[in-house]
Design a protein around this ligand. Structure first.
Ligand SMILES: *Cc1c(COP(=O)(O)O)cnc(C)c1O
Length: 356
C-alpha cells in the first residue's frame, strides 16, 4: 500500500525560474524553487502525492487551520557536495518529529519512510536549485494543515501536506545578544512547546518584539512556572560551555523543542570526549558563571544558522558579557565540523546524510 502511495505524480513546470535567481543576493526564505509537493488527506487516507509547479493555492475562508491552528511544520537542509552528490541532513529525525507534532495536534500521521521519500523526491526534481557554493544550501519546508471548511472546533477530517524548498545563502549570523525573559512564556508543562506547531511562533512575536526594542536579538525562554530554569533561545535550542563542559537543558520536559541540530552537537561533542551534561539549567547558575568567568561559550543551535554564538546576555538590569566569540573554540569547531559533514567534506562517520 505504501508503495502505491509513493507513486508521485509529477507535472514539471513549463517555465523554470532558475535563470532569474540572483545567487549573490539570496534573502532567507524568499526565493522559491520551481516545484512543490502536495498530498491531500481525505476519507481517512493519504491521497496520491503530486509534484507541481510552485504557485498559489486557493483556500476556503472557513479553512479550519486558519481559525484554530491545526498546523505544523518542519525545516531541514540539503547540500551539494563537490562531486555533485545531493545530501539531506538527518531527514529521519525530522520525520519522527513531524509524527510527534501530528500526534499532539490530533493530525494524521505520515509514516517515517513515506515522509523521507516525499522529501527526497522533491529535492531530486529541484536539485538544480541547490546552490553550488560554500555555505549555501537548499532549505526544505514540509508542512501540514487542517482543511475542513467548518468553523466548529474539532479535529479536522481533511488535511493538506505540502513541501516547498528555498535556496538560501550562507547564514552568517552576527554574534547575538539575548535577554533572559522572566515574564512571558514560550511553553508550559502540558502545553504544545514540544510540537513544531504554528501557534507557538505567533505567540512568541510580541515578547520577542519587546526584547528587540531593548536591543536584544532574541529572548532566552525560561520555564513558565517559576522562570527559574533556562529552556531555549528564540527558535533555537541553547547550549553553554562552562569550564570545558557542554551544558544544555534536558529535553525531558515537554516545553522544549527537540532540535536536530542540538542533538547532533551533543552527539559530536560526546564522540570527541567533551563532557556533556543534559540537565536542568538554572538562570542563577548561568548568571553566576558569566560573572565569575567560568561561562566560556553560549550559543543557539538550529537548522537555519547551525550555531549562533551569543555575545551578551541581558539579565534584569545587567548586561553580562561573554568572552569574545573568537575564543568560543568548542562551538566554532563543532560548527565547522557540522557544516563540513552536511557538505560531504568529511567522512559521514555517524551516517547522518541521506544521499538523494
Ligand atoms: C525548529 C526549532 C528548533 C531547532 O530545531 P532544529 O531541528 O535544530 O532546526 C529549536 N527550538 C524551536 C522552538 C524550534 O522551533
Amino acid at each position: 500500500m505504501l508503495q502505491d502511495m509513493l507513486t508521485v505524480k509529477i507535472t514539471p513546470t513549463s517555465h523554470s525560474l532558475l535563470e532569474s535567481v540572483d545567487w549573490n543576493n539570496l534573502p532567507f526564505g524568499k526565493i522559491f524553487s520551481d516545484h512543490m509537493l502536495v498530498m491531500e488527506y481525505a476519507d481517512g487516507a493519504w491521497q496520491q502525492p503530486e509534484i507541481l509547479p510552485f504557485g498559489n493555492i486557493s483556500i476556503h475562508p472557513a479553512t479550519s487551520a486558519i481559525h484554530y491552528g491545526q498546523s505544523i511544520f518542519e525545516g531541514m537542509k540539503a547540500n551539494k557536495t563537490e562531486a555533485g552528490d545531493v545530501l539531506i541532513f538527518r531527514p529521519d529525525m525530522n520525520a519522527k518529529r513531524f509524527i510527534e507534532s501530528s500526534e499532539r495536534m490530533c493530525m494524521p500521521i505520515i509514516p517515517e519512510e513515506m515522509f523521507i521519500e516525499l522529501v527526497r523526491k522533491l529535492v531530486e526534481v529541484d536539485k538544480d536549485w541547490i546552490p553550488n557554493r560554500e555555505g549555501f544550501s537548499l532549505y526544505i519546508r514540509p508542512f501540514l494543515f487542517a482543511t475542513d471548511e467548518f468553523i466548529g472546533i474539532k479535529p479536522s477530517e481533511t488535511y493538506k501536506f505540502m513541501i516547498f524548498t528555498c535556496p538560501v545563502g550562507a547564514y552568517y549570523s552576527e554574534p547575538v545578544n539575548v535577554k533572559i525573559e522572566e515574564f512571558y512564556t514560550r511553553a508550559s508543562v502540558g502545553g504544545v512547546g514540544r510540537a513544531k506547531t504554528a501557534g507557538n511562533y505567533g505567540a512568541s512575536l510580541y515578547p520577542a518584539k519587546q526584547g528587540q526594542m531593548k536591543g536584544f536579538h532574541q529572548l532566552v525562554w525560561t520555564d513558565g512556572k517559576e522562570h527559574k530554569y533556562i529552556e531555549e533561545s528564540g527558535t533555537m535550542n541553547i547550549v553553554f560551555v562552562i569550564n570545558g563542559t557542554l551544558v544544555t537543558p534536558s529535553e525531558e520536559s515537554d516545553t522544549i523543542l527537540r532540535g536536530v541540530t542540538k542533538r547532533s552537537v551533543v552527539e559530536i561533542a560526546k564522540s570527541w570526549g567533551i563532557p556533556v551534561e543534559e540537565r536542568k539549567v538554572t538562570v542563577e547558575e548561568i548568571v553566576t558563571a558569566a560573572k565569575n568567568g567560568s561561562l566560556q561559550e553560549a550559543f543557539g543551535a538550529g537548522t537555519a544558522a547551525t550555531i549562533a554564538s551569543i555575545a551578551k546576555i541581558g539579565y534584569r538590569d545587567e548586561i553580562l558579557e561573554l568572552p569574545p566569540v573568537e575564543t568560543h573554540t568548542i562551538s566554532i569547531k563543532i560548527r565547522t565540523y557540522l557544516d563540513d559533514l552536511k557538505a560531504g567534506k568529511v567522512e559521514d562517520a555517524f551516517g547522518w546524510c541521506l544521499k538523494v
